[in-house]
Ligand binder design. Structure first.
Ligand code: PEP
Ligand code: MG
Length: 751
């Protein structure tokens, strides 16, 4: 083995010769394991390949009994080899038989061997098999040896992936999709509905040359590729549509930092040193990144994997002399495994209508950008690239998380109508934006909007919202690689306040943790992050973060009223402690003679049910309350808000929820403390009717819900609605949904 670590280039060249040489694929594989065993001074070298049904079959071995070849089979997950395959990670053991997953296969004669080193054979992030070396003598393999065996496995993937040994259709590649309509179910990551033809995003470039002829030439090629890629990113950042501030820019700046990362570049150089071509070295390092990042519990790092893939693919395309982006001559739906932010921006915005990802997460850079650009995106759509052919007609329903592939003419027509109706409705809502949301009996309902990105602010005028009832400040932190400095925070808050003009803005202090990961604060893995160290809990344990944020808010709001709201307050003492920090910052600014806001309002979010049992005490101290039903209801029902499976299990119009909200609204009214509801619930017409019936007069909702809700409100009689809701609640033992729907139908209320 030590020889391999010191002479990897020679071994790679030898393997390359064997693989490109004469003989059947099986004969060449047999020779490959002999060469590896010799070079690694190992008594055994074996290759197991994946077959249909997640089976690993022993395909070649130097050292194990020849009769076991093509006989010994293990399931993925079975034995040590199966463990390497399911985890996609190397496994190194001094004494294999003492590992709990060890299984003994007598036909192999394996009992003679003690130490074991297995590495996955990976191509395009799919495990194609496992390469194993074993030694008679118990010995510990070094990190260099493990690294070297992985490089060998990568070169071997060329032979395995060629399809000569195992029919690719057998393990799920190729095998054309049926020509039938199909509905794929994923997770909604950006709202909206769109239709177009499928473009399969060719992120990757197939690496065909693995072994370098001349190391210096390869290094030169890599340097040139890096320079070209960086120049391209600089050009992208300076595009007029990216602007001088805002999240597009933050995201690209963060992305650029990766492109300039020395550590990354150095690791690719090291891989070239070991004998790989520039493109194989890029891919090799990307495989390492995948391994490291998938093994980490840090969601931020996992999400940045797509950014790094984006950059690696850019390098590979440059090395292959190909350009980025594909021409879209017509409305297109991009289908990809995953995407980085720059890849999304490579496409012509005029034709880019929707995106389908097999992976992705709501907080990935591509999702944040898609939302800001108004492009529907469905993620976690398993098998999308296998099921969708280029040119297929595809409908992306970002509202329900569905993707309809090759829709029948009927379905296409229905969706086509939906898309056209929506466009018409949006135009109609825009025309009504100056009409006040007043009920027929004269009750004014305030409709504020929820926002978090600079890009959202145009919606203020477009919707005619009364203000911003929830500004999620964590978005700025989520899209930048480093802690946004005081100045950057102040600048954003100033821009928000300027866009709002006379309309009030409620800034929620950082709600990070849970699923909202930020790069500069690594969080320990928790069993239940939504109920873990997040939001105000982090702020009180790390008060510097909150202090700086409040400092930036006070500076930005000079001369205007400032509304600050704390997330996830669980007991009154937390509110007091957080408010004391605000007070200190206020006094500090006064002491320094700074220009001060004209007024200060400090409020709490009710997102944790326990707070409702301390409400009277809280309302003596808080200037306002906002009911955050997104989190509140997941704790109320013990029902994870991000679980698609139980999303519709409990009805938010059940008496339990409405009685709870009734109690809260009544307490606020009694204490004369303004109360808002800022969860998604408030944006749905039937839900909003119930809330208005309970006496709520202020809702903060997503901008797209404002137009429709204004229309609903203008048809409501709040007094009759109150009677209906109260009477129904008095003897209800189930959801009020049907009652409200019937009422709306009978009274011609648009819902
Ligand atoms: C809520 O929990 O209801 C809320 C508005 O906050 P977020 O959705 O940002 O957690
Ligand atoms: Mg919340």
């Amino acid at each position: 083995m030590t020889e391999l670590a010191s002479r990897p280039r020679l071994l790679l060249r030898r393997l390359h010769q064997v693989m490109a040489g004469p003989g059947s694929a099986q004969e060449r594989l047999d020779q490959v394991v002999r060469v590896i065993a010799q070079n690694m001074v190992a008594e055994v070298c074996s290759v197991y390949l994946a077959r249909a049904g997640e089976i690993l079959e022993l395909f070649a071995s130097e050292g194990l009994k020849p009769t076991a070849i093509h006989k010994t089979r293990l399931r993925f997950g079975e034995g040590l080899v199966g463990l390497v395959a399911v985890r996609g990670l190397p496994l190194s053991l001094e004494e294999a038989s003492s590992h709990p997953r060890f299984v003994y296969r007598p036909e192999t004669g394996e009992e003679l061997y003690h130490s074991f080193l297995g590495v996955p054979i990976i191509r395009h992030n799919r495990v194609l098999g496992v390469l194993v070396v074993q030694n008679v003598r118990p010995r510990e393999y070094t990190a260099e040896e493990e690294e070297a065996l992985q490089t060998v496995a990568m070169v071997l993937a060329e032979l395995v992936g060629s399809g000569e040994l195992v029919d690719p259709g057998e393990i799920g590649e190729g095998g054309g999709p049926p020509d039938q309509p199909l509905t794929l179910h994923g997770l909604k990551m950006a709202d909206g509905v769109a239709a177009g033809v499928a473009i399969i995003h060719e992120g990757r470039v197939e690496v065909t040359r693995f072994v370098a002829d001349d190391v210096e030439t390869e290094k030169g090629r890599l340097i040139a590729a890096f320079e070209a890629m960086r120049a391209q990113l600089d050009r992208m950042i300076s595009l007029p549509e990216i602007g001088t501030a805002g999240e597009h820019r933050e995201i690209l700046e963060t992305f650029k930092m990766f492109a300039y990362d020395r550590g990354w570049q150095d690791r690719i150089f090291e891989a070239i040193e070991s004998g790989l071509t520039a493109e194989a070295a890029v891919e090799r390092v990307q495989q390492q990144n995948h391994r490291r990042m998938l093994a980490t519990d840090d969601p931020y790092l996992r999400e940045r994997l797509a950014d790094l893939d984006d950059l690696s693919n850019r390098l590979l395309r440059t090395l292959a002399g190909r350009r980025d982006g594909q021409d879209l001559g017509e409305d297109a739906i991009i289908v990809a495994r995953n995407m980085g932010p720059a890849e999304l921006l490579d496409y012509d915005r005029r034709f880019l209508k929707g995106v389908v990802l097999e992976e992705g997460s709501p907080t990935s850079h591509a999702s944040i950008l898609a939302r800001a650009m108004g492009i529907p995106l469905v993620g976690h759509c398993r098998g999308a690239r296998q099921q969708i052919e280029p040119g297929d007609s595809v409908i992306v329903d970002g509202d329900s998380g569905q993707v309809i592939v090759r829709p029948s003419p009927d379905i296409a027509e229905v969706y086509g109508q939906t898309i056209a109706d929506r466009a018409a409705l949006e135009a109609a809502y825009r025309a009504e934006r100056d009409l006040p949301p007043v009920t027929v009996d004269g009750v004014r309902i305030e409709l504020h909007m929820n926002a978090g990105l600079l890009a959202d602010l145009t919606q203020l005028d477009a919707t005619g919202a009364d203000g911003i009832g929830l500004f999620r400040t964590e978005f700025q932190f989520m899209v930048s690689a480093t802690l946004p400095r005081l100045e950057a925070q102040r600048e954003l808050y100033t821009q928000v306040l300027e866009a709002a003009g006379d309309r009030p803005v409620v800034f929620r202090t950082l709600d990070i943790g849970g699923d909202k990961a930020v790069p500069f604060l690594p969080l320990d893995a928790e069993e239940n992050p939504a109920m873990g160290w997040r939001a105000i809990r982090i702020a009180l344990d790390r008060p510097v973060l909150l202090r700086y944020q409040v400092r930036a808010l006070i500076a930005a709001a000079a001369g205007r009223p400032l509304h600050i709201m704390f997330p996830m307050i669980t007991e009154v003492s937390e509110f007091r402690a957080a408010r004391a920090i605000v007070q200190k910052e206020w006094e500090r600014a006064e002491r320094l003679g700074a220009a001060m806001p004209s007024a200060l309002h400090v409020g709490a979010m009710l997102e944790v049910p326990s707070l409702a049992w301390e409400l009277e005490a809280l309302l003596e101290e808080a200037d306002f309350l906002s009911i955050g039903t997104n989190d509140l209801l997941q704790f109320f029902f013990a029902s994870d808000r991000s679980s698609a499976r139980i999303a519709d299990r409990y009805d938010v119009l059940s008496p339990s929820v409405l009685n709870f909200i009734d109690r809260v609204v009544e307490a606020c009214n009694r204490a004369r403390v303004p109360v808002t509801l800022c969860g998604e619930m408030g944006g749905k017409p039937l839900e909003a009717m119930a809330l208005i019936g309970l006496g709520l007069r202020r809702l903060s909702i997503s901008p797209t819900a404002i137009g429709p809700l204004r229309r609903t409100i203008r048809h409501l009689d709040s007094a009759r609605l109150a009677t209906l809701v109260r009477e129904s609640l008095a003897d209800a033992d189930r959801s009020l949904r049907a009652t409200l729907r019937n009422y709306a139908r009978d009274h011609g209320i648009p819902v």
